[in-house]
Design a protein around this ligand. Structure first.
Ligand code: ADP
Ligand code: ASP
Ligand code: MG
Length: 413
């Protein structure tokens, strides 16, 4: 079917887990969608699973086997979004809105075969666009796609944001609105810092960095994709009618703060290999097999021992990959030869983000001082051009984030 030319405003609306947590909320979402339809717009709605559902599904897989088959994991965890997209389509029909549901494979949302964290490669939109022309709303199951292997894939936790932005890019939508349980992007997680400040605008670069270090308000890939395709992205409340936060180009932001935000990620686990031989090729023999097993390594530090012939190597992986990472490393014992392994998942990564860091010295020092004043020990440090991250014991999460928020002058008046 050839898609007719676009004449109306086209919007993609995405509703997260809390926004579709029960039937009453799904009804409220349907009303919000209807307003967009009544305004004469073409609408695609992307939904997450009801809050808590995906965690439960993930836990069931792990209960059966910590080393589950990732293809079957995807079949299980993708099911949450199937329920909500069907329910929202019914809710819309009930209030007189022409709507139908779409699962990932039906559109299709094509992805690679990296089960559990697949990347979208292409979205076909002809059918959907033809139905827009007939006044139909598309209700799309977020988080899911179909792999080259013709099996269900999922896009990584929080992946419905990416489904929405990818769909907005493919549909050349005028807007992509991410409705969630907070009313925008803040200087830090407003749930742990009461003095967090809401930002009217944030640059793609800073949002990308915030997302990459754990601010789960947007999944990192959704920001990457919005930046690449120039998608007009907005984060706003699904409960209150008020302006949210616009994600824009850096040059659209008039006054740039030195530090724009603080983020944390509890999704970290630390592995230390003791007395690893200090010779060429060792890092490759540790990190090569981890990469082959599709395990992303985040922070890395290496210390040379006193004797100079061995080194301790510490790195972090996500909690979901922790067990597998330990197994992969054990399997390398003959090649790598290390005296022991210490594994610790009671850690959190706390990060300070700001494009102002490119041109100002002393930002890291302020971070170390603020943490020291609270007696918080830093285990690992990593930096990029516009970010500094430290790994600390998990029990200090709130204390560290609040101390840094104050230290950089971010507290609301
Ligand atoms: P959804 O289910 O709608 O996708 P998420 O739980 O994935 O919602 O993301 C929203 C949550 O992100 C908020 O409830 C908040 O606790 C958290 N969050 C973390 N950092 C920030 C931040 N800087 N600004 C706003 N929210 C943040
Ligand atoms: N339901 C999925 C998750 O909890 C995807 C999403 O909500 O974005 O990770
Ligand atoms: Mg989310």
């Amino acid at each position: 079917m050839k898609a007719p030319a676009k004449t109306k405003t086209r919007v993609v609306m995405k509703f997260g887990g809390t926004s579709v947590a029960n039937i009453e909320r799904i009804r409220a979402v349907a009303q919000r969608v209807k307003r967009e339809v009544d305004a004469g717009n073409e609408v695609a709605v992307v939904v997450s699973a009801m809050s808590g559902t995906t965690n439960q599904l993930v836990a069931w897989c792990g209960e059966l086997s910590p080393l589950y088959d990732a293809r079957e994991y995807d079949v299980v965890v993708a099911s949450g979004e199937q329920v909500t997209c069907g329910l929202l389509a019914i809710a819309l029909q009930t209030i007189g809105v022409n709507a139908r549901s779409w699962l990932g494979w039906q559109i299709p949302v094509e992805s690679d075969d990296a089960h559990g964290k697949a990347r979208i490669t292409r979205i076909r939109t002809e059918d959907m666009i033809a139905r827009f022309a007939q006044g139909q709303v598309a209700v799309v199951a977020g988080f899911q796609g179909v792999g080259q292997d013709n099996r269900v894939t999922t896009l990584g936790r929080g992946g419905s944001d990416t489904s929405a932005v990818a769909l907005a890019a493919a549909l050349k939508a005028d807007r992509c609105d991410i409705f969630t349980d907070v009313d925008g992007v803040y200087t830090t997680d407003p749930r742990i810092v009461a003095k967090a400040r809401k930002l009217d605008k944030i640059s793609y670069e800073e949002m990308l960095e915030m997302a990459s270090v754990g601010a789960k308000v947007l999944q990192i890939r959704s920001v990457e994709m919005a930046m690449k395709h120039g998608v007009r992205l907005q984060v706003l409340s699904s409960f209150e009618d008020k302006p949210g936060t616009l994600v824009v180009d850096e040059d659209e932001i008039m006054e740039q703060e030195l530090v724009s935000g603080i983020a944390y990620s509890r999704d970290e686990a630390k592995i230390t290999l003791l007395k690893v031989a200090d010779r060429p090729g060792v890092a490759a023999s540790i990190f090569g097999p981890l990469a082959d097993a599709n395990i992303n390594v985040d922070m890395i530090v290496q210390n040379v021992s006193e004797s100079g012939d061995t080194t301790d190597m510490t790195f972090t992986v996500s909690k979901a990959d922790f067990e597998r990472a330990k197994q992969v490393i054990e399997g390398q014992r003959n090649q790598v030869q290390f005296a022991g392994m210490i594994a610790d998942s009671n850690v959190v990564k706390v990060s300070v983000i700001g494009v102002g860091m490119r041109s100002h010295a002393g930002i890291a020092q302020r971070m170390f001082k603020a943490l020291a004043e609270k007696g918080i020990n830093i285990q690992v440090i990593s930096t990029s051009e516009i970010k500094i991250s430290v790994l600390v014991a998990e029990e200090y999460t709130e204390l560290a984030v609040r101390a840094l928020h104050t230290a950089y002058g971010l507290d609301a008046a």
